[in-house]
Design a protein around this ligand. Structure first.
Ligand code: PLP
Length: 385
């Protein structure tokens, strides 16, 4: 019995190029971090940390922090890590600090207290940015994370109380704020306006509440152009940001995830079943083609560094060639990989590949790292289980 094949294939040079192109348009005051949750495959991280690439990483688990720090050390770069994510317990916070996280984005009063206790025990003041859930942000995208109840961040109305608490806690150094309010925004002017709004808000709030503002992280949210959409205009983003007046001591971090990683990854899988239903169904859910990506129980593999990989057929050849070499492993069904467009000419046994899948790779699961394995996350099927 043969096992159907599925796998992620990465052209990591593309990731490096993305990082350099974005870094290249950002002003001096900007720090470019990569949100590792988008894809933590080691060779992708290493490529992003190339010369002229990202300055560091934004992490959401101890595993991400350790891997990111190792990549930066390996590249001979300073270890610059910021950490965010709700429900960070004392053990995770300690692990993040041990891994060299330089700013922890705190999401609750209890987290502030835990961090202060850790700081005191270590004889240091932990650098903390308050993660804020703003009341209103005038920026749209596929996902708006502001202005409604959420586990992420401290509601804007509660920020004064959180800052008052933070000032009383001896183990903290409050360096600034973190806002991650949107995903999937491809409007460069609107994104620059959002960053400008974050800056004004941070400067005003810091002045009102006695914060020595040195750090502002404006999150991710740069939108990937999938399937012929208008891409984000980097030149316009750079121009707009260059016109912002940023006070000298303030670093502003951008932490995109998918925009940096999506284009370097391909997902390919063997077609297991094809079926016709109706005259012209336009989506796989309509049932014309039933592609089983052999996701829940088969194999997943990640291959790094296939140079010049720019066409699906190359990937399919590669997949066919490596088929024999795939050992049993883990399957993750990617969200975008399942939206199949071209359905003609497929038959069971063909390989089908999807581009733009680097932001939903095999490693894009297990936020806290506890379900990770070297090759992916066994037992996670892409449905969040
Ligand atoms: C705190 C934080 N920063 C950055 C990102 C990256 O977002 P994106 O992939 O939209 O750039 C995320 C994604 O959920 C996030 O939660």
């Amino acid at each position: 019995m043969t096992v159907p094949v599925s796998g992620y294939v990465y052209d990591v040079a593309v990731a490096g190029e993305r990082a350099r192109s974005l870094r290249g348009v950002l002003p001096e005051w900007a720090r470019l971090l990569y949100a590792v949750k988008a894809n933590s495959f080691g060779p992708v991280l290493a490529a992003l940390a190339c010369d002229g690439g990202v300055d560091g990483f934004e992490v959401a688990s101890a595993a991400e922090a350790v891997a990111s720090a190792a990549v930066l050390r390996e590249a001979g770069r300073p270890v610059r890590l910021a950490a965010a994510g709700p429900a960070k317990g004392t053990t995770l916070l300690a692990e993040l600090l041990d891994a060299g996280v330089e700013v922890v984005h705190a999401e609750s009063a209890l987290e502030l207290a835990r961090l202060s206790a850790l700081g005191q025990a270590r004889g240091q003041r932990v650098r903390v940015g308050l993660r804020v859930n703003p009341q209103h942000v005038a920026l749209t995208g596929t996902l708006s994370m502001a202005g409604h109840p959420s586990p992420f961040g401290i509601p804007e109305a509660d920020v004064p109380a959180a800052l008052a608490l933070a000032h009383r806690l001896p183990g903290l150094d409050v360096v600034g704020f973190h806002v991650h309010a949107v995903c999937g925004n491809r409007d460069a002017r609107a994104h620059a306006a959002y960053i400008s709004w974050c800056l004004s808000w941070a400067v005003r709030t810091a002045a009102e509440h006695g914060v020595d503002l040195r750090w502002l992280d404006v999150g991710g949210g740069l939108g990937v152009a999938y399937g012929g959409q208008e891409p984000l205009d980097l030149a316009v983003l750079g121009e707009q940001l260059a016109s912002l007046h940023v006070p000298a001591r303030i670093e502003i971090a951008l932490e995109p995830g998918r925009w940096l990683a999506a284009d370097c990854g391909w997902y390919a899988a063997e077609v297991v079943d094809v079926k016709q239903s109706g005259r012209r169904p336009t989506s796989s859910s309509a049932g014309e083609v039933r592609l089983r990506w052999y996701a829940a129980r088969g194999d997943i593999a990640a291959y790094a560094g296939i140079p010049g990989l720019d066409q699906a057929c190359l990937l399919e050849e590669e997949l066919a060639r490596t088929r024999e070499g795939l050992g049993p492993g883990t399957v993750v069904r990617s969200r975008t990989a399942c939206s199949v467009r071209s359905r003609s000419l497929l038959a069971p046994g063909d390989a089908r590949s999807g581009r733009g899948c680097g932001g939903v790779g095999a490693e894009a699961r297990g936020q806290r790292g506890e379900r990770r394995r070297a090759g992916g996350c066994r037992g996670v099927d892409g449905q969040g289980r």
